[in-house]
Each structure stands twice: as structure tokens, then as C-alpha cells.
Design a protein around this ligand. Structure first.
Ligand SMILES: Cc1cc2ncn([C@H]3O[C@H](COP(=O)(O)O)[C@@H](O)[C@H]3O)c2cc1C
Ligand SMILES: O=C(O)c1cccnc1
Length: 357
């Protein structure tokens, strides 16, 4: 492991159990029956544990990182879309017309698009009004075909993880207090399925889904590619090795983003199946990083359920979304803010009873 990755991993602490306990005790005394705010209560306790204080500050500056990359496995016919769409969508993000732009604006979140490995001629630059800033961290123009061998070298995987850490640090240094993962990469549900199969020990046919919408024949082919690639991975492979063998550059960027957020004590909302698979990589590298993760939603992709089970995360929303980009995570921002707000603003049952006497 190189210096940035190893020092980041070394600085990730478990979330603070005392602050969690303080939040649980505070929730029990608020003007409501115990447990009546359901998941908002456990979420508020998690936010307190992350902030290491109770009540935690209400997140005020959410920031989406959309990690983009292309995939050599497209040569196998695993998606109906051409890889050019990855590049085209990055320009739409910059202009502000993509789904994530709309939902991020609704959530008051900034959007930064990170070129981890887009095949096209990506140019850095500020966004249009309401659009995303484009940042280049290009490791290579797309992965190698994971059907034929490792998608990345170990060095490339580490470089990409460190790029994700740097993006997290830059956003946090700029004032972001809630990070949100996003992805763009035609074909990226194939490496996502392979990462989930490899890191959870689940069969390829259980975790492989239709992505952007493929027919039965293409799904069977995609599933066999996932199964064959996963079979190359040895049982004692570490997280970086699994990532290099069957992952993608945006998966690596997101895994680094999660590690970076955890190291800085900032909560990170995970989006769909791509983020779920990347969070499994982060978990394998630094198990305590999962304490900083919130599952914004559960997507329609079958592997996402398996990933969330292993992460031990309950999704806040379930709307059959299957887009990625960060859309489901951005939609959940008001719920995360509400959880912190409850701890800060609600009256206690004792004060209410005293007032009523
Ligand atoms: C226009 C368009 C916009 C998207 N935005 C996100 N995705 C999503 O779909 C892709 C993954 O699905 P698969 O593995 O089936 O190719 C990724 O780019 C993901 O970000 C999109 C896909 C398309 C076509
Ligand atoms: O789960 C997701 O986020 C997803 C599903 C299909 C295609 N792109 C993303």
C-alpha cells in the first residue's frame, strides 16, 4: 500500500460509541413514544457517533462526487449502450441537465464529476450555472477487459483509490459536511456484480442484473462472464487485489471516497449497486469505514440487496431506481438532515409534561 492509502486507512477510527449511546438516551427522552421515529432514531445516533458528539450538527453542505470511467468488458456485449455515452453524460453533468443535477439542486448539493478513466477527451473545468465541475484524475482511458484478465494492475487500483481519497479531502476542505457517491460508466453493472459476488461469496446468477435493460440472452452471457472472472480470484485475495481483478476505475474512486470520508469523520451516503460494490471494497480494506456509510436507497439491481446485507446497512428509500449517478443518494439527503435536526430541535417529554401541569 502506498503512503496516502495506508495513512488514510490507519486514521479511520470506529464511530464513537459514547456519542451513539448519548443519542439513544436523548431519543428515548424526546416528546414521543420511545422508538416512534424508527430509522430516523438510529440514523441520528449514527450521525452522533460519526461526529463524536451529541447532538451532531445538521449537515448543511452536501456534495456529490460522480466518479466516471469506461470498461474494457464492453467488448463482450454486456450492455446495449456504446461507451461514448459515458463521455456524453459527463458533458450533460457539466451543463446541468442530467438527473443527478436536478436531484442535487433539489437537495442543495454541489456536483463534482471526476474522470477516473473516461475513454473520451475529458477536459477539466467549472460547470455551467446549476451544472457540475469536472475534475480529471484519469488513471487510464478505461479498464482492460475483465473477461480476459485483470481489469487493472495493482498499482492502477491503488492510484484510483488514492484519487478518490483526494477528492473526498478536497470537498471536505471546501466545507462539505456530507458526501454523496455517484457513478457514470457504461457497462459498470458488470464489474459491480463481479465485486459483489467475489466479496460476499454469492453465486454470479444471484447478483448479476439487467443494468440499463438487457434481454435474457445478454443477461445469461453477462452472468457467465461474471462467474468466470470471479473464479480467477483466490480465497485469500485482499481488497485491492479483488478490485484490480474485476473492478472498475469509478468503483475504485468511490471506495477511496468512502475511506477518505471515514478518515475525516464525515458521513457518506451511498447510492446504488455501483456504490454498494465499492463500499464492500472499502469494508475489506478498512472494516470500520462502514460505520460512516449511510445507504441512501436500494436499487432494482439484485446484487445491491446482497451488498447491503453484507455491509449491514438498511436503505433509507426503495423506489426501484436503477440509474446510478448518485440519484437515490441525493434524494435521501433531507432524511439524513432530518435525523440530525430531530436531536437538536425536538422538545423533551419531561419539558412537555412539566409544561402541561
Ligand atoms: C443515458 C444513460 C445515462 C446514465 N446515467 C447513469 N447510467 C448508469 O448506467 C450504466 C450502467 O449500466 P450498464 O452496466 O447496463 O451499462 C452506468 O453508466 C450507470 O452510471 C446511465 C446509462 C445511460 C445509458
Ligand atoms: O443500482 C444502480 O445504481 C444502477 C443500476 C443500473 C444501472 N446503473 C446504475
Amino acid at each position: 500500500m502506498s503512503e496516502v492509502l495506508s495513512s488514510t486507512v490507519a486514521s479511520i477510527q470506529p464511530i464513537d460509541a459514547e456519542a451513539v449511546a448519548a443519542a439513544e438516551a436523548a431519543q428515548a427522552g424526546l416528546a414521543k413514544p420511545a422508538g416512534a421515529l424508527g430509522v430516523l432514531e438510529s440514523l441520528s445516533a449514527q450521525l452522533a457517533g460519526i461526529a463524536r458528539t451529541c447532538p451532531p450538527a445538521v449537515p448543511a453542505k452536501p456534495a456529490v462526487g460522480v466518479f466516471a470511467g469506461d470498461h474494457g468488458v464492453l467488448a463482450q456485449g454486456v450492455t446495449p449502450w456504446p461507451s461514448d455515452i459515458t463521455f456524453v453524460m459527463c458533458n450533460v453533468f457539466q451543463q446541468g441537465g442530467a438527473a443527478i443535477n436536478v436531484l442535487a439542486r433539489a437537495a442543495g448539493a454541489s456536483v463534482t464529476v471526476v474522470d477516473m478513466g473516461v475513454a473520451g477527451p475529458f477536459a477539466e473545468g467549472p460547470g455551467a450555472e446549476g451544472g457540475a465541475e469536472l475534475v480529471s484524475k484519469k488513471v487510464r482511458p478505461g479498464t482492460a477487459d475483465l473477461a480476459k484478465g485483470p481489469a487493472l494492475t495493482r498499482d492502477e487500483a491503488i492510484q484510483a483509490l488514492e484519487a478518490g481519497i483526494e477528492v473526498a479531502n478536497t470537498l471536505i476542505d471546501g466545507g462539505a459536511d456530507l458526501l454523496i457517491t455517484g457513478d457514470m460508466g457504461i457497462g459498470n453493472t458488470t464489474p459491480s456484480a463481479a465485486l459483489i459476488a467475489a466479496l460476499t461469496g454469492t453465486a454470479a446468477d444471484v447478483v448479476t442484473g439487467r443494468g440499463t435493460g438487457i434481454d435474457d440472452e445478454m443477461l445469461a452471457h453477462k452472468t457467465s462472464i461474471v462467474a468466470d472472472a470471479v473464479a480467477r480470484i483466490s480465497a485469500d485475495a485482499d481488497g485491492v487485489e479483488v478490485l484490480a481483478e474485476v473492478g472498475g476505475l469509478e468503483h475504485a474512486g468511490i471506495a477511496g471516497f468512502v475511506l477518505g470520508a471515514a478518515a475525516r469523520g464525515i458521513p457518506v451516503i451511498l447510492d446504488g449497486v455501483i456504490a454498494g460494490s465499492a463500499a464492500l471494497v472499502a469494508q475489506k480494506i478498512a472494516p470500520a469505514s462502514v460505520g460512516y456509510c449511510i445507504a441512501g436507497h436500494r436499487s432494482f439491481e439484485p446484487g445491491h440487496r446482497i451488498a447491503l446485507e453484507q455491509l449491514g446497512l438498511r436503505p433509507l428509500l426503495e423506489l426501484d431506481l436503477r440509474l446510478g449517478e448518485g440519484t437515490g443518494a441525493a434524494l435521501s439527503v433531507p432524511i439524513v438532515q432530518a435525523a440530525a435536526r430531530i436531536l437538536t430541535e425536538m422538545a423533551t417529554l419531561a419539558s412537555v409534561m412539566a409544561g402541561g401541569q
